[in-house]
Design a binder for this molecule. Structure first.
Ligand code: S3P
Length: 430
């Protein structure tokens, strides 16, 4: 554990930062590059612990992966040339690695075992294992396949037509990745659109895929071809500085290279609705993953309701949006977000418990939270629960508290944003 005391004296944030690469896209770049035969080059890769876990798993499958700063080169014999790993594949804290790998490994000829850290050991896996079993996958796991460690015996798969019971890009992606090896046309139906990086990247690697009105379909047996992937900055990391800039008096922050794929950009709509002083300059609308330069400055904020189909488009931003709501005038209601309970930790309980310690007027509900603001926050001893996004929420909260915030475990922030405190330092005007 790495305790950290976070203290600022009348802070102001000014300047420009380039947020690190998108976590979801970085994972997928290594997965797709390993599935494809030949060479894939990746630029802007996130060197966070989660994405390094993905690299480690594919190295154990015999894929050659060179990391040089944020440039990654993957040379793969293709899926059929992977080696049966002699060791357990360790996915660390990463739900995306564990769930997407399950889809990928199900259709190989290999026997593999996957496990992760204590948090991964509590996260539901049957939401992925069940549809994969319908495709013929042989997956065993603790409590009838619900929890890691998971054992996979790769086998031939059949396509399915699957209606998603939860809005989850991880479930959708696992099925699509299994569908690559399945016989027939795999169809996934979503009632609420979740992030679509897998669909976009399948196209980038040469697959033909149809997406119409929330229905994704594609033919099994398609071969992927190595390519170049440009990873945009992670909007979920940018979110912490968007909120920091909006609530820290006298601030103006410029965030460069932020990925603004519309299936991820719900936070921009919420900030606009709350009255944030923000400019979004989109740079490359036609790219596989469009990016923008976003400028945000301090402003008076109004409460809002966050509900319905915007939730999957900002699910990872809810902890920091809850902090934002403590500084907005009125009652903010967050609902339809029960998925928060099965993230790296139960994020409804964690956010409400920790912000209450700072004096926030916040209550948990079954599917979200209700926050009354604005509230002057005071300092306190906070817990991150080993969850990177709770840790960063606590650090940003310290910008508006009158006493220091102590965080029990700040090291977990390296899961998605290893340079978070350096970027904060760069922006601080002392
Ligand atoms: C992710 C999807 C989301 C998100 C997670 C990354 C992905 O999870 O919370 O941080 O890369 O596909 P769900 O799809 O399970 O909601």
């Amino acid at each position: 554990m790495s305790e950290k005391t976070i203290q600022f004296d009348q802070p102001q944030l000014k300047g420009t930062i380039t947020v690190p690469g998108d976590k979801s896209i970085s994972h997928r770049s290594v997965m797709f590059g390993s599935i494809a035969k030949g060479t894939t080059t990746v630029e802007g890769f996130l060197l966070g612990e989660d994405c390094l876990s993905t690299i480690d798993c594919f190295r154990k499958l015999g894929v050659k992966i060179d990391v040089n700063g944020t440039n990654v080169v993957i040379e793969s014999p293709g899926m059929d040339g992977w080696a049966e790993p002699k060791e357990v594949l360790y996915t660390g804290n990463s739900g995306t690695t564990t769930r997407l790998m399950l889809g990928i490994l199900g259709g190989t000829k290999l026997h593999t075992i996957m496990t992760g850290d204590a948090s991964i050991g509590k996260r539901p896996m049957r939401r992925v294992a069940d549809p994969l079993r319908l495709m013929g996958a042989q997956i065993a796991g603790r409590e009838n396949g619900q929890y890691t460690p998971l054992a996979i015996q790769g086998t031939d798969l059949q396509a399915i037509d699957y209606t998603m019971p939860v809005a989850s890009a991880q479930v959708k992606s696992a099925i699509l990745l299994a569908g690559l090896r399945a016989q027939g046309t795999t169809i996934v139906r979503e009632s609420e659109v979740s992030r679509d990086h897998t669909e976009r990247m399948l196209r980038q690697f040469g697959a033909i895929i149809d997406v119409t009105d929330g229905v994704v379909s594609f033919e099994g047996g398609q071969q992927l071809t190595g390519t170049h992937v440009n990873v945009p900055g992670d909007i979920s990391s940018a979110a912490f500085f968007l909120v920091a800039g909006a609530i820290t008096k006298g601030s103006e922050i410029i965030l460069k290279n932020v990925g603004v794929n519309e299936t991820r950009a719900g936070i921009i709509e919420v900030l606009e609705k709350m009255g944030a002083a923000m400019r979004v300059g989109i740079e490359n609308e036609q790219a596989a993953e469009p990016t923008a330069t976003i400028t945000i400055s301090t402003s008076d904020l109004q409460a809002t309701t966050i509900e319905g189909n915007i939730i999957p488009r900002l699910i990872d931003e809810i902890p920091i949006l809850a902090l934002l709501a403590t500084q907005a005038t009125g009652t903010t209601v967050i609902k339809d977000a029960e998925e928060l309970k099965v993230k790296e930790t139960d994020r409804i309980t964690a956010v409400v418990t920790e912000l209450k310690k700072l004096g926030a007027n916040i209550e948990a509900t079954d599917d979200g939270m209700i926050i009354n603001g604005p509230t002057k926050l005071h300092g306190g001893a906070l817990k991150s629960y080993g969850d990177h996004r709770i840790g960063m929420m606590a650090a940003v909260a310290a910008l508006v508290t009158d006493d220091p915030v102590t965080l029990d475990d700040a090291a977990c922030i390296a899961v998605s944003y290893p340079t978070f405190f350096e970027h904060l330092e760069t922006l601080l005007q002392r």
